[in-house]
Ligand binder design. Sequence first.
Ligand SMILES: [Cu+2]
Length: 319
Amino acid sequence: MKNNKEISPCCAASRERKEGAVVQTFEADKLKGTSTRFTEKMVNVDGGTFRMGTDDLEGFPADGEGPVRDVTVDSFSIDSYAVTNREFAVFVEETGYVTDAEKFNWSFVFHLFLPADLKRKDRQLQATPWWFAVEGADWRHPEGPDSSIEAKMDHPVIHVSWNDAMAFCAWAGKRLPTEAEWEYAARGGLEKNRCPWGDDLLVDGKHMCNIWQGEFPLNNTEDDGFIGTAPVKAFPPNGYGLYEMSGNVWEWCADWFQRQHEKFATNPKGPEKGSAKVIRGGSYLCHDSYCNRYRVAARSSNTPDSSTGNTGFRCVLDR
Ligand SMILES: [Cu+2]
């Protein structure tokens, strides 16, 4: 199965670019709240220089994971866990914000979560047939119009686009992490580590993150306890006290995606322009043998107006 890497297996599905993959020009000032929100969940990370990326062959060279390079980042604070449904609900309540998924009136849902009548052939992606563009799927209805988040208030918010994440950040007085900040934080102070806690996927036989076990995409054995999203803090934190930097949901970063990197960089912010934004961390759909993008050096991207059932975000603050 290791040879299926070109297929870009589980990772995020994109809205077609012709539907207008644009960065929203919402007025950040209008959304901006009076105070910085949810600071109690943040941890301070001291800046430093680290070895970013990987040259390991198990990675995806086409994703631009390498070469390994020296990157320096300033100190910052970062959410210890992804923005939850509970938090996103406060934002929407206060601002009346409408997400991209609600504007398009559809979002991508993984097939196993859908009743038969929502698995319409004409709404199924051809290259990645486990994704359906489901009408009425949005952050409040993660598995289609009849679903709810009632029992998932402490799960990461999903079906949020990069635009939506930026809007939340503006309201919360925060910002999205740069890709370099994200990886520095995910490594948790370790060097050349494969995962946020070390190199081995299991520690003492225990699962350390929410990814896929079993035969993708049909049978998830749920060895780690979850078929879809897990509540935040379901797994142990890394050395910086950060939860689920690996697995659970992909997380939006501020940068436009590119495959080339500077050999040395200080506070890199990515290219000026691009067509897709960086996402990091992998999700509950990543499988060890198929799409091991739960690794700390792994990366992917999606267009800024795309939303899926396995992508969320966390915020950072300068300090
Ligand atoms: Cu994956």
